[in-house]
Design a binder for this molecule. Structure first.
Ligand SMILES: CC(C)(COP(=O)(O)OP(=O)(O)OC[C@H]1O[C@@H](n2cnc3c(N)ncnc32)[C@H](O)[C@@H]1O)[C@@H](O)C(=O)NCCC(=O)NCCS
Ligand SMILES: Nc1ncnc2c1ncn2[C@@H]1O[C@H](COP(=O)(O)OP(=O)(O)OP(=O)(O)O)[C@@H](O)[C@H]1O
Length: 203
């Protein structure tokens, strides 16, 4: 039987990947939209050629792969460049996500995405939404620490995403990730037991 799909979302640095990786260790099949966004711009894929046509050769690293940090700087400084990139990549990302979810065989599977609330098309792919929620200040601190980027860049990314309130409006379940990683993992285990008891994502 096909698994039902849980959408796991949260803003930048909220702890989606940390939560997803623990669901994964419990045997839940996962697909991560950020990873799918990497596959669609691998060298040789047409999307990378379009990106070079728009941003120039300096958007590539020496080895011909996309310079992700350079593109990040460009698109979060200029909303029209971000929208152009999203129009190019989002349909391709959705196709990759569908392919992976088609292969999933656990009782339920997880679509991890930072833009689940922002994208109606992605939201429609899931039957239930789990939001990983932390105060903005914690998002900023953890992201600066993880990526070694300036705080202003993280604030610009936050601006490009749904507000915390908007995201919570779409949540069926909320995982508050303002304590340590051991707490996060216990919460994931509790939710996993609950999800196994659901039929098609409904209680
Ligand atoms: C700009 C890029 C090259 C930066 O790559 P990088 O490896 O530094 O970051 P990564 O892809 O892991 O994304 C990190 C986080 O940035 C935020 N983010 C990325 N893209 C977007 C976006 N279009 N809008 C808002 N936030 C975004 C998310 O919180 C995401 O989890 C990359 O994020 C990208 O290609 N973005 C456009 C595609 C997209 O919308 N991806 C989001 C998943 S659908
Ligand atoms: N409860 C926690 N306690 C301490 N550190 C945490 C906790 N949860 C996550 N982190 C750390 O915070 C950082 C951000 O977490 P993670 O990468 O999982 O976020 P994300 O939501 O996937 O971010 P992005 O949207 O940027 O991909 C990571 O370095 C992670 O190890």
């Amino acid at each position: 039987m096909k698994p039902w799909i849980l959408g796991l979302t949260g803003g930048i640095g909220s702890g989606k990947s940390a939560a997803a990786s623990h669901f994964g260790s419990l045997g839940v099949h996962l697909v991560d939209a950020d990873q799918a966004a990497r596959w669609v711009v691998e060298p040789g894929r047409p999307a990378l050629t379009h990106i070079v046509d728009r941003f120039g050769e300096q958007i590539l690293q020496g080895d011909g792969a996309l310079d992700r940090a350079a593109l990040r700087t460009r698109i979060f400084q200029a909303p029209e460049e971000r929208q152009w990139l999203e129009q190019l990549l989002h349909p391709l990302i959705r196709e990759e996500i569908r392919n992976v979810l088609d292969e999933a065989r656990s009782p339920y599977a997880i679509l991890v995405s930072p833009l689940l609330v922002e994208s109606a098309a992605q939201r429609q792919m899931s039957q239930r939404v789990l939001v990983v929620d932390v105060p903005e200040q914690v998002q900023i601190e953890r992201t600066v620490q993880r990526d070694q980027v300036p705080e202003e860049q993280v604030r610009a990314i936050l601006q490009a995403q749904a507000s915390r309130e908007e995201r919570l409006r779409h949540a069926h379940d909320v995982l508050v990730n303002d304590r340590d990683l051991a707490w996060l993992q216990r919460e994931v285990e509790r939710l996993h037991e609950f999800y196994l008891s659901l039929q098609g994502g409904q209680s």
